[in-house]
Ligand binder design. Structure first.
Ligand SMILES: Cc1cc2nc3c(=O)[nH]c(=O)nc-3n(C[C@H](O)[C@H](O)[C@H](O)COP(=O)(O)OP(=O)(O)OC[C@H]3O[C@@H](n4cnc5c(N)ncnc54)[C@H](O)[C@@H]3O)c2cc1C
Length: 320
């Protein structure tokens, strides 16, 4: 996708500058952005004038202070996005009196290999796997959603969980690039039986046996899951077992600047800024106020659609 977008930009004759961090917007008394200041890695400063500007610098996932302020439950979580995302759009917007919304909203993920830092596909859970904590107990409905599961995992002892699955599930995900990397890094471990699984995960054997027995029973239609998951739709796991140690991570923030249908940033006092646009993670998305509203695709949805709308409208201002 990045290659496609870059080709489109190059075909349109647009200059791409990298290795520069924008650290200031210049705004006149009417709220019109007249230019930006940027800093190079050698600390040199440059100024660029503009007729319009699109804030496409995502949210604040890489800024621990802002995460603590707006999403305190994820302040201890691994941030798995780009560290350049320091919340600048929101900081500038607030300074200018822009409207923000849903700053507590985010995409989390409950299955990032620890300490390897590699995404382990959630398909493992959806196809029949489950998660246990360091006590050998399940602790949630894994089908509640991978975003919500980040918080659940972080709340467990040491903030970790173990994905438990088998060779059927391993074969389903083994062609994912991330999973292949995880295998190469030694994050995927095979246990011949429950006893070996207990040793690998350092969980009490009797509790682990009980947990696996309960899951097998539920897959066979016996008993109800305390967390509300239906296990009958997939076969029970069979040895050898596969496991990966994982933690919960913050992928990106979903709240941000409120924009109108032209992707213009709105003012708290009413109306919009004349030439200030926002898209992607800089703008408020469609995921509601917390972690539960995130659906796969919501991140790229606002990046692509608002990005296109913002870019089209900002581009029109070049000819004014
Ligand atoms: C591991 C992972 C998996 C994901 N999977 C999905 C998925 O399956 N589906 C989905 O829809 N979404 C997914 N997302 C979310 C999606 O990637 C983001 O929502 C989307 O990339 C946001 O686009 P953006 O352009 O706003 O920000 P980004 O793509 O993050 O780009 C912002 C860029 O701006 C730069 N920047 C920030 N501040 C400044 C500044 N002051 N000056 C200069 N540059 C700056 C940053 O360094 C960064 O390069 C995932 C995110 C992660 C981290």
């Amino acid at each position: 996708m990045i290659n496609g977008l870059r080709s489109a930009v190059e075909d349109a004759g647009v200059t791409i500058m990298t290795d520069c961090r924008v650290d200031q917007l210049f705004v006149n008394q009417q709220g019109r952005v007249t230019g930006i200041q940027l800093q190079r890695p050698d600390n040199s400063i440059e100024h660029i004038a503009c007729q319009s500007i699109v804030l496409a610098c995502n949210g604040f996932g890489g800024n621990p202070d802002m995460v603590k302020q707006y999403i305190p439950e994820m302040s201890e979580a691994l941030y798995f996005g780009h560290m350049g995302n320091q919340g600048d759009a929101i900081t500038w917007g607030l300074e200018l009196g822009a409207m923000t919304h849903d700053l507590g909203s985010y995409q989390g993920h409950g299955s990032v290999a620890h300490p390897h830092g590699i995404l382990i596909s959630w398909a493992l859970m959806m196809e029949g796997g489950f998660q246990i904590n360091a006590l050998g107990e399940r602790f949630s409905n894994e089908h509640g959603g991978y975003s919500e599961q980040a918080r659940q995992v972080i709340e467990q002892p040491q903030g970790i969980a173990w994905n438990i699955y088998d060779s059927r599930l391993h074969n389903i995900v083994k062609d994912f690039e991330d999973y292949r990397q995880a295998e190469k890094s030694g994050a995927v471990i095979i246990a011949q039986d429950v006893q070996q699984l207990a040793e690998i995960t350092a969980t009490p054997l009797s509790q682990l046996q009980q947990t696996i027995q309960q899951v097998n029973d539920m897959a066979a239609g016996k008993g109800q899951d305390a967390y509300g998951r239906d296990f009958t739709t997939r076969p029970a796991l069979t040895p050898p077992y596969y496991t990966t140690k994982v933690t919960g991570a913050l992928f990106h923030t979903q709240g941000g600047l409120v924009v109108d249908e032209q992707a213009r940033v709105l003012r708290q006092s009413g109306g919009s800024f004349p030439n200030l646009f926002a898209g992607g993670g800089a703008a408020c998305g469609v995921s509601g106020p917390e972690d539960w509203g995130y659906l796969s695709g919501n991140g790229l949805l606002t990046a692509l659609t608002l990005g296109r709308i913002a870019g089209t409208n900002a581009g029109k201002m070049l000819h004014l």
